[in-house]
Every structure is written in structure tokens, then in C-alpha cells.
Design a protein around this ligand. Structure first.
Ligand code: IPT
Length: 968
């Protein structure tokens, strides 16, 4: 790396292909959080000014004595675009489009450039003059040039990688001036085209590290485990010679030498770490050693001899207020939430995370696919012409990135796979990266999805493959190069969790269970990147007036921006439970299977409860033998408790929970459950007998009054009810809308094109026949021939009111229906007042046909407002599945068969029109939808749509609701 010190306005380094330079820039090395050497955090408030171009200011700002009195301030770590209330520009969101003209490696003249200044003193006891000092930047987007006390240290790119400078001789006891000029755009931006907000700034820590004489330099901890002998072998290679001690193992050896001793291995399920110390003449560095061996064996990814099943997520670093500047607590929260939801693996999409995150993965146990900071997706727009990964001039920059990842993160037992990057096409540069990684580290496997031939990788990886394709791959019928068919398969991204969804998780899980080649996958993605916004609540692409943007495609996580779990995460938790509970409720038998690969079930306690109509009649504990990994046991439930009403619906619910607190979960944390039905409900006799009676323009039937001319229900006892009619429309979900590039039909746009959001209800007849009032209508969109002949048949027994809806499709329906049910309004519910709902059916959370695994039948209660799921872009949400009966607003509704219950303080049309949650303003009517069926959810916002069995095709249907008034 050659270096010339440019003039301040000479900004050629910004667009040069060089990854960095400067006499003081150091080669990459292992990162560690602790040591006995002194360190000083330079995080905090820095002086800041923004320029519109890279060369705007040449006023000697880096020279001590410069007066920055006029400047603003920013917090470091941080992104300037998220500070200053808009005064420092705004964030930009694009998925894969470069937000500047593509002319690599050049960047636009308009290049927001932030000058950062920080004046600091060394602590009194800083050993000034002894040894050296290193200045470390853990992450700066996208290119920084650094001066200390007026001396230029150098410049660097590689936003999510650490860079260190040797600064020893330049430091003074007091009044040190650190100046950092950060350019938003650089040649590096071409390599950082990840689908996320573009967020410039010094967004990770800045630290001054004292380097005592004889300090620990780079070091590589090799800790393997032989599952046949139970022995671990430790060798620490170190730049400076020293000793390695692990007191618990009686190890005391010289660096570079090896010891083999019996150990407990590290796995993500049993994250056993041994505390050790690497001591050189001048420094002691604590080591946290995990013994494990990663291998590609029999065409499978194995650790310690066992094949892995990744129950993973893709994790971007994100916080709704601070962007990619994450504090320690947020990182820990992510890992805890993952562990609590049975997630066992994380792909660090699409760059190495803050190193402290990997410490947490070691400590709490997650398999990590550590991904390099590389994506050139925007070149797809020009058929990958000029793709940097296939242009040798860029190879040094690529190798620099690979080395900075591997050197920084190589001592983490949790990291089992290196990933070359994401969506970067194919090319020689990737091959060079793979070779350099293999030559440095033979103890891990290599992943890259973008190369279907698996030229450089140890596993076949795909994103968003359909169930059918995964099945073909599982059967090794997927074609492709022969060598590939011998490789393990993972879905590095699947189940796109944008908005309501993802659907189809259960079916993927089934494929992973069936085909050993399919070693699981990583849901896209962990968290919605909605940014806190004063007007919109959470902002997404376009909300900052960006020239190009990809809307709410940036909100596609299992967590809402504030890290509350979305129903998608609850669903995923259920689908990937580490214990399977099955059985036959009538026979009273249960089978428990341990699905862990390494852990036994000794940390779990099992209980049963026996419920009648959702009310527990008795509960007890279930003795489950200590099952080893993969083992199962057949157990007997106790005698069925007596006392259930003979008409009641009864079931067993069997649960497994943590018997004791673990480092990530409280005692009692739910780990698995199943419901085993015993008897089904006995429906009350049909509400018939009363006869409709006409008087003037009204028809009275029991407690109900109808408009004699239109057949519309006008009132039901004291319940103020309005607008009851057939409903087929739902506010399309992101998965209904689908992504523009989806090959299959996207129903959201098609539904709207066909007019399903503006159905006409033609009245054909109103007839009193014996004990029924029968209203016939035809429900159809303007301009189309297809329709639904709809008959409402009302009867009553004098107190209850029964409605049977019969629907018969007419002409050709080219699309499934969004939903099929009735809706009505409950008026007079003053806005702001609480509207409680009780129901017996699926809950507590929302469910749709292909997202219903976590829905448990029970007696549930919630307020209408709490039934809403706050998807960042409003869309259909909040349905409760398998509802037998529900009570709301003085009304009890019983269904035959079970129905989907939804209630909200706005109409579907208002929900559909809203762009942000702040657009939804409660009115004084609660709109209730009772659906006979719902169309599935799928994950077509980036993947396949709902599976055929979850689609709602227009076909003849009949369903009944019985209404009664609640008296309290
Ligand atoms: C895939 C990307 O790898 C990921 O970064 C994200 O953009 C995701 O899709 C969608 O949210 S690429 C996809 C367009 C195939």
C-alpha cells in the first residue's frame, strides 16, 4: 500500500480503488474487549460540521488551535443524518439501486462530508512515553481521513470493519486534537450496496488503546474438539510469545504449543466457555475459549460430529433512533430475544457486526455465519457489467475486507462459517477472497449464495427458494454441477418477514426434518428498520424525500422497530421448538421428542392441564425421562379429570418450560407445547321457531328488526349495529402485494385491478318464508362478469338470532378471494373508551391460514385496541383463528363452523388507505369481521406466495353465526 499525503483538497483517495493508506495505518488483528492495558474511549460528543462535497473546506480544521466555535455537535458513535433534526441531511433507503450514477469507482461531486473534531486529555496515570498507543475505529461509513494533533494518520474504507492507527509518538498529555473527515460516498460505497438505509458517520466506537512494551499483538486461538475421545486441543498462535493458562483445565503452555485435555465442548446449545489468559511480557488478555470442530463430512455441515440444523435469522444492526450505532444493551437484547425464541443461528447480514455482538454469541450460544462487508447488487441493473468482484483492480480492496473480517473475528467459537458477502454476482475477486480465507483459517467453512456453481463454497445456498424447489434439492434432484449435489444445502434467506407474515414456515420446517441435506435456514430478517419520525411514528423509504427509494421494503423483520416481537416471531418460535410434543388426547398418550443436537432435556419441566371450554379443570406435572439429543419417550397422561360438562369441548395442553432460570430465560419460560383434543363442542340447538312479522317498512324477527325493503338488519335488541353484509376485501398485506420481480401472479394488485375493494351489492329479493327471512343479493365488482350469489337466511328462537350465509360463485373467478365473511359496525363506542373482547378459540395472537402454528385454543380476553398488530405500513392484521364464540359490545357471536374474528376502530378501506400507523384514527364505530375463510399469507414480498392448500378459491360455501345479547 503506497501512501502519499494529499493536500487537504486533494480528495483522490475517496474514489481510488485503494482500501486505505497512511504511514500510521496498521494491519488487521484479533479484536478483544478486555485486557490489562489502559484504554480510553473517545465516544461522546464531538464538534461537527457538514459540507456538501468532499473538498469544500480547506481551513486547517485539523490543526490544533482551530476555532470550531461555530460548529454543531454530534454524538459518536452515531450517524450525522439521524442527528441535528434534519440540519445534517437525512437518511436514504434503497434496496439495491445505487443512489448515485454508476461509474465505478467514481462518486458524485455532491458527497456529504462530515468533519468531526474531538479534543481530549489523557488520564493522569496514562503511561505516556511507555510503549505505544493505537487509535481504533470500529466502524465509519464510508471513508475516513484522520489527523491527530495536526499530523495526518491516513485514510480508510470498509465501513463495518475495524481500522487501527499507531499514534504513540503524536500523543500529548493534554489538549490532543483528533480530526476525522468522513465522506458519505467513496469507491467503497460500490462494495456496500446492502439493502438498508445509507447512514454515514462514525457509527461504532473510537478507542485509544495503550500498547505496553511486549504487549499482546495479533493472536489466533485454535481450540478443537474430538467427539470420539472427548478431548479438546488448544494452541494459541501469537505474534508476541507468551504463555496461555486455563486454570480450570490445568493448562499452562507456551504460545505456539499444543495441549490436549478432556473438555466439555462448546455448542450453540451448550455454550461452554473456559476462561483463560494469554500473557506476554507486557499485557494480559483474557481468553474465552470454546472447544469445537466444524467439518464438512458426508455432505453435511457438522460440528463435533453432529449435523447442524440452522433455525436462524438474518440480523442487520438496527436501532430505530440510532440506526446502526448499537449500544451494548441492545446487542444483548437481540441475543436474548433470539435465544428466548429458540433461534439457534444468526447470519450477520450483510457485514461483520460490532465485535461485542460476537462475544454475546459465544457466551449465550448461537451459530454464527459471519458475513463480509460486501455487496454489489446494483450492478444487476447493467447485467453485472463492471462488477467490482470480477475486476482485478478491485481485488486488493476485496482481500482487505476479507482479511479484516477474519483477523478481527477469528477467535470466536460461535463463528462456524465465513460468508464472502451478499448479492455480488460472481467473479475472480470472490475466488481470491475464498482462497485467502482458506489459507488463513482451515477450521471453518465458507458460504456465498451468489454462485450457483458453488465454485468457492462448502455449501449450496439459496434465498427464497419455494417449498417445491427445496424438496427437489433435498432429494438431490436439483440438477446443477455434479459436485454441488454432494454439498449440504441451506437457505441463507427465506420466509420474508415483511408486514403480516411470513406464511409457510411449518412446511419449510417439515422439509428440513425430512431431508438431511437441508440443514435449515435463516429467516429474512430480524428487525424492521423503521426510523423514529416525529410525524409518521416510524419512517421508511421515501419519508425523507429521497430521489430513489424502495418504500417499506426496509421493514421486513420479525421484530417491530422498537424490538417488540411481531406475530411472525411468535410463529417462528412455535415452528422451531426444540422439543416436539405429540399425542392422542382420547387415548391419553403423549410422545416427547428431544430435537436438540447436543443438549438433553434436563433443564425442562413438563406439565399438563385438562381444559373444558378453555377452562382448566385440573393441572399436573408430567414426568419425562432425561432424553438425550434425538431421543424420544412415549408417556401416559393421567386419568381424565371428572367434572366436565358433557357438552363441553375438552383437551389436554402439555407444556415444557425452563425448570430453572438460564442465562437467557427465566424459570417457567415456555419451550414447547401441544394441545391434544379429547371431545369436540356440542352446539346449542339452532335458533329457529320465531316467525318474521312485517309492520310498515320494518320486519321483526325475535329481537331483530330489519328494513322490509332492503332486508338490512336495522337493530338487534339493545345492540347498535350497522352495515352488516358480505365482505371479501382485506387491506392487502405486503405479501399480497408481492415484489415487482416475482414470477408468479401477485394477487394484491390483481384484486385491486378486478375491483374486489369496491364490490357492489345488488339486492335481488327479500322474502319471508315460514320462520325465515331470506335476503338474496349478488356481490360483484363493476366492469366484471364474475360475482358471488349471496343468500342471507335469518331465523330466531325469540331471543337469539341466527344468520346462515350461502355463497355461490358465478362466472369465472381468476383469483382467490382475500377473505370470505361478513362485516358489521358496532356504533356508539366512544373513541378512546375501552372495548373489551372475550373469545373462545385461537389466541392469544393473530393467525392466518399459514401462520397459525402458534395459535392455541383457549379462553382469551383483550381490548379491541390490543387486537391490532402495528405493522409499520398498515395492512390486514389481527385475525384470531378457530373462534367458536366471541363477545364484544354487548353481543355474543357463536359460529358454525369456527370462524376468524377481527375487530378494529376503522374500516378496511381506511386501513388500506393508510401509509403509516399515524394515519389510523379511531372512529366511534368498531368494525367487526367474521370470516368463514381467509386467504393465506405466504411470503411473496420476496419469496413464494401461499401454498395451494392455503389459498382461498371462490367455491360454494355456507356458514352460520348465532347472535345473542349479553346480559350482565
Ligand atoms: C435479498 C437480499 O439479500 C437482502 O439483503 C434483502 O434485500 C432481501 O432480499 C429482501 O428484503 S435479495 C432478493 C431481492 C432476492
Amino acid at each position: 500500500m503506497s501512501f502519499r499525503s494529499p493536500g487537504v483538497t486533494d480528495v483522490h483517495y475517496v474514489a481510488s480503488l485503494s482500501p486505505g493508506g497512511g504511514e500510521h495505518l496498521l494491519p488487521p488483528r484479533a479484536w478483544y474487549a478486555e485486557s490489562d492495558a489502559r484504554r480510553l474511549s473517545l465516544n461522546g460528543s464531538w464538534r461537527f460540521r457538514l459540507a456538501g462535497s468532499a473538498d469544500a473546506y480547506d481551513d486547517g480544521f485539523a490543526v490544533p488551535g482551530f476555532d470550531a466555535g461555530e460548529w454543531g455537535e454530534v454524538r459518536v458513535p452515531g450517524h450525522w443524518v439521524l442527528q441535528g433534526g434534519g440540519a445534517f441531511g437525512g437518511p436514504v433507503y434503497t434496496n439495491h439501486l445505487y443512489p448515485f450514477p454508476v461509474d465505478p469507482p467514481r462518486v458524485p461531486t455532491e458527497n456529504p462530508t462530515g468533519d468531526h473534531l474531538r479534543v481530549f486529555d489523557l488520564p493522569e496515570d496514562w503511561p505516556i512515553g511507555e510503549g505505544g498507543t493505537v487509535l481504533r475505529f470500529d466502524g465509519v461509513e464510508s471513508c475516513a481521513r484522520v489527523w491527530l494533533n495536526g499530523r495526518e494518520l491516513g485514510h480508510f474504507k470498509g465501513s463495518r470493519l475495524a481500522h487501527e492507527f499507531a499514534v504513540g509518538p503524536l500523543l500529548k498529555a493534554r489538549g490532543n486534537v483528533l480530526a476525522v473527515r468522513v465522506h458519505q460516498w467513496s469507491s467503497g460505497s460500490y462494495l456496500e450496496d446492502q439493502d438498508q438505509w445509507w447512514l454515514p458517520g462514525i457509527f461504532r466506537d473510537v478507542t485509544l488503546l495503550h500498547r505496553p512494551e511486549g504487549c499482546v499483538g495479533d493472536h489466533f486461538v485454535h481450540a478443537s474438539y474430538d467427539h470420539r475421545t472427548g478431548a479438546g486441543t488448544l494452541r494459541v498462535d501469537s505474534e508476541s510469545a507468551g504463555r496461555v493458562t486455563v486454570p480450570e483445565l490445568g493448562i499452562d503452555l507456551a504460545t505456539g504449543t499444543e495441549a490436549t485435555v478432556p473438555v466439555e465442548p462448546w455448542t450453540a446449545e451448550t455454550p461452554r466457555l473456559y476462561d483463560g489468559v494469554l500473557a506476554t511480557a507486557g499485557e494480559r488478555v483474557p481468553l474465552r475459549i470454546g472447544f469445537r470442530t466444524v467439518a464438512l463430512e458426508d455432505g453435511l455441515i457438522k460440528v463435533n460430529g453432529q449435523p447442524l440444523l440452522f433455525r436462524g435469522v438474518n440480523r442487520h444492526e438496527f436501532h430505530p433512533a440510532t440506526g446502526r450505532a448499537l449500544d451494548a444493551e441492545t446487542m444483548r437484547r437481540d441475543v436474548l430475544l433470539m435465544k428466548q425464541h429458540h433461534i439457534n443461528a444468526v447470519r450477520t447480514s450483510h457485514y461483520p457486526p460490532h465485535p461485542a455482538f460476537l462475544d454475546l454469541c459465544d457466551e449465550l450460544g448461537l451459530w454464527v455465519v459471519d458475513e463480509c462487508d460486501l455487496e454489489t447488487h446494483g450492478f444487476v441493473e447493467q447485467a453485472w457489467r463492471d462488477n467490482p468482484v470480477d475486476d482485478d483492480r478491485w481485488t486488493p480492496a476485496l482481500l482487505d475486507r476479507a482479511a479484516r473480517m477474519v483477523e478481527r473475528d477469528k477467535n470466536h467459537p460461535s463463528v462456524v462459517v465465513w460468508s464472502l458477502g451478499n448479492e455480488a454476482g460472481t467473479g475472480r475477486g470472490l475466488t481470491a477472497m475464498a482462497h485467502s480465507i482458506r489459507s488463513r483459517d482451515t477450521s471453518r467453512l465458507i458460504h456465498y449464495e451468489g454462485d450457483p456453481d458453488c465454485h468457492d463454497t462448502d455449501m449450496y445456498s439459496r434465498m427464497y427458494a419455494s417449498h417445491a424447489e427445496v424438496e427437489r434439492i433435498g432429494r438431490r434432484l436439483d440438477g446443477g454441477p455434479k459436485d454441488r449435489r454432494g454439498l449440504p444445502f441451506i437457505l441463507c434467506e427465506y420466509a420474508h418477514a415483511m408486514g403480516n407474515g411470513p406464511g409457510g414456515l411449518t412446511e419449510y420446517r417439515h422439509l428440513f426434518d425430512t431431508y438431511e441435506r437441508c440443514q435449515g435456514g435463516f429467516v429474512w430478517e430480524w428487525i424492521d428498520h423503521g426510523l423514529e419520525h416525529p410525524a409518521y411514528g416510524y419512517a421508511y423509504g421515501g419519508d425523507y424525500g429521497e430521489e430513489l427509494h424502495d418504500g417499506n421494503f426496509v421493514c421486513d423483520g420479525l421484530l417491530f422497530p422498537d424490538r417488540t416481537p411481531s406475530p411472525g416471531l411468535t410463529e417462528y418460535k412455535k415452528v422451531i421448538e426444540p422439543v416436539r410434543i405429540e399425542g392422542d388426547g382420547r387415548a391419553g398418550t403423549v410422545r416427547v421428542t428431544n430435537l436438540y443436537a447436543f443438549a438433553d432435556l434436563s433443564q425442562l419441566a413438563f406439565t399438563w392441564s385438562y381444559e373444558a371450554d378453555g377452562v382448566p379443570l385440573a393441572t399436573g406435572t408430567l414426568a419425562v425421562p432425561e432424553l438425550g439429543p434425538g431421543e424420544r419417550a412415549e408417556l401416559k397422561l393421567p386419568e381424565r379429570p371428572a367434572g366436565a360438562d358433557p357438552t363441553a369441548e375438552t383437551r389436554w395442553t402439555v407444556r415444557a418450560a425452563l425448570a430453572q432460570a438460564t442465562p437467557w430465560g427465566e424459570r417457567g419460560h415456555e419451550m414447547a407445547w401441544a394441545q391434544l383434543p379429547v371431545s369436540t363442542r356440542v352446539l346449542a340447538p339452532a335458533a329457529v321457531g320465531a316467525r318474521p312479522a312485517r309492520s310498515g317498512d320494518r320486519v321483526t324477527l325475535g329481537p331483530a328488526v330489519f328494513d322490509a325493503r332492503t332486508g338490512a338488519l336495522a337493530s338487534f335488541g339493545a345492540v347498535a349495529l350497522t352495515g352488516l353484509r358480505l365482505d371479501v376485501w382485506r387491506a392487502p398485506t405486503d405479501n399480497d402485494e408481492g415484489a415487482a420481480w416475482q414470477p408468479d401472479l401477485r394477487y394484491g394488485p390483481r384484486w385491486r385491478e378486478l375491483g374486489l375493494h369496491r364490490m357492489h351489492h345488488r339486492l335481488d329479493s327479500v322474502e319471508s318464508t315460514g320462520d325465515a327471512l331470506v335476503v338474496r343479493t349478488r356481490v360483484a365488482p363493476a366492469a366484471r362478469e364474475m360475482g358471488l350469489a349471496t343468500e342471507y337466511r335469518w331465523t330466531s328462537d325469540g331471543t337469539r338470532l341466527r344468520l346462515t350465509v350461502a355463497v355461490a360463485p358465478e362466472a369465472e373467478w381468476q383469483v382467490p378471494l382475500p377473505r370470505l365473511g361478513i362485516r358489521f359496525g358496532l356504533t356508539d363506542t366512544a373513541p378512546g373508551s375501552r372495548v373489551p373482547v372475550r373469545w373462545f378459540g385461537g389466541g392469544p395472537g393473530e393467525a392466518y391460514p399459514d401462520t397459525a402454528a402458534a395459535s392455541a385454543v383457549g379462553l382469551w380476553e383483550a381490548d379491541v385496541d390490543d387486537l391490532q398488530t402495528p405493522y409499520v405500513r398498515p395492512q390486514e392484521n389481527g385475525a384470531r383463528a378457530d373462534v367458536r364464540w366471541a363477545e364484544i359490545g354487548g353481543l355474543r357471536i357463536e359460529g358454525d363452523p369456527e370462524f376468524w374474528f377481527t375487530a378494529r376502530r376503522w374500516t378496511t378501506e381506511q386501513l388500506d388507505a393508510a401509509r403509516h400507523l399515524t394515519d389510523l384514527v379511531p372512529g366511534d364505530t368498531v368494525w367487526v369481521t367474521l370470516d368463514h375463510r381467509q386467504h393465506g399469507i405466504g411470503s411473496q414480498s420476496c419469496g413464494p406466495g401461499p401454498l395451494p392448500q392455503h389459498q382461498l378459491h371462490a367455491e360454494p360455501a355456507e356458514f352460520t353465526f348465532t347472535f345473542s345479547e349479553l346480559t350482565d
